[in-house]
Design a protein around this ligand. Structure first.
Ligand code: TD4
Ligand code: CA
Ligand code: ZN
Length: 309
């Protein structure tokens, strides 16, 4: 199946209240793991590359790896630029053939975020490419945080409406209490459901959850068993993630979970087979471990089977 735009995939997820997994990749094994998992579960999927991934592998390499693989499978796939903070980088992704881009100007004041985002929307839409943008700061919420502090970091629902109207974006990433990486919360995982529901009601568009890795205990334990140091690792629990989807999330980003799965599998093979020097024997199990992670997330998000019919 040819590459699909992000909005084609997410429009239906928005209408039918489920979420699509968006997984970061920067190498062949990770990409194969994601696409094989999605294909086996008949799930639409988004593969995304960060600025670091583009620097590591090159936009053309990432695009052509995706093209080589989507030909073989029958589920809708979009190739997305994650957290594009730089105009030149976004142009590079557009020229390479990405079908979705994120402009992340969320660190700037609101008006500047609007200005930069609208500029990207005008260009990307002229090329038939969908656009994601972000509002608020990705920062975990703790119990002792005041209402004022929450308002200062998380998305403002009224401003979200203005933002969407003025920019014409296709999907919005509202900051609702998640953060990137393996150490998201000191206590229980949580997000601001009421704020999220308000954004959904007022914008009525596909919404994106960043920093959504689950950091599953089994994966952490396995990596630690073979020497990784991940004390205090904590992600978004399955229950919280499911509730976020009920509240209106349609694209769920994950990178950290695949990283932890990779490290656990690599450490295990290397520790158990010190004579092994064939990279395929070393990287193969990591690819399998990532595939399992992708499958369980797709199932949790409700997008399994959505590609059939
Ligand atoms: O946007 N993302 C992925 C962030 C990837 C960062 O990659 P670089 O190291 O190349 O900058 C997410 O929202 C996923 O967050 P999580 O950490 O929870 O998987
Ligand atoms: Ca940001
Ligand atoms: Zn992110």
């Amino acid at each position: 199946m040819p590459l699909t735009t992000g909005i084609e995939i997410l429009k239906r997820a928005h209408e039918e209240n489920y979420a699509v997994g968006a997984f970061n990749f920067n190498n062949m094994e990770t990409l194969q793991a994601i696409l094989e998992a999605a294909d086996e579960l008949e799930a639409p999927v988004i593969v995304e590359a960060s600025e670091g991934a583009v620097k590591y592998a090159g936009a053309d390499m990432l695009y052509h790896m995706v093209q080589a693989l989507v030909r073989e499978i029958s589920v809708p796939v979009a190739l997305h630029l994650d957290h594009g903070k730089d105009f030149g980088l976004i142009m590079t992704a557009l020229r390479a053939g990405f079908t979705s881009v994120m402009i992340d100007a969320s660190a700037f004041p609101f008006e500047e975020n609007v200005r930069q985002t609208k500029r990207i929307v005008d260009i990307a839409h002229a090329m038939g490419v969908s656009v994601e943008a972000e509002l608020g700061t990705l920062k975990g919420i703790e119990d002792n945080v005041s209402v004022d502090e929450r308002d200062a970091t998380l998305v403002n629902p009224q401003k979200a409406v203005t933002f969407v109207k003025e920019t014409g974006i296709d999907y919005l990433a509202p900051a609702v209490g998640t953060s990137h990486g393996a150490f998201k919360y000191k206590g229980e995982s949580k997000i601001d459901y009421e704020r999220l529901k308000e954004v959904k009601k007022l914008t009525n568009m596909p919404l994106v959850l960043h920093g959504a890795s689950g950091v599953p205990e089994e994966l952490v334990k396995k990596a630690e068993q073979y020497g990784a140091r991940l004390e205090g690792a904590k992600g978004v629990s399955d229950e919280v993630l499911k509730e976020a989807v009920v509240c209106g999330i349609n694209k769920v980003n994950a990178d950290t979970d695949l990283r932890i799965a990779t490290v656990g599998a690599l450490r295990e093979v290397l520790a158990e087979n010190p004579r092994e020097i064939d990279p395929r024997k070393i990287l193969g199990p990591a690819r399998e471990a990532m595939k399992d992670v992708v499958k369980s997330r797709i199932t949790l998000l409700g997008s399994a089977g959505k590609a059939s019919r």
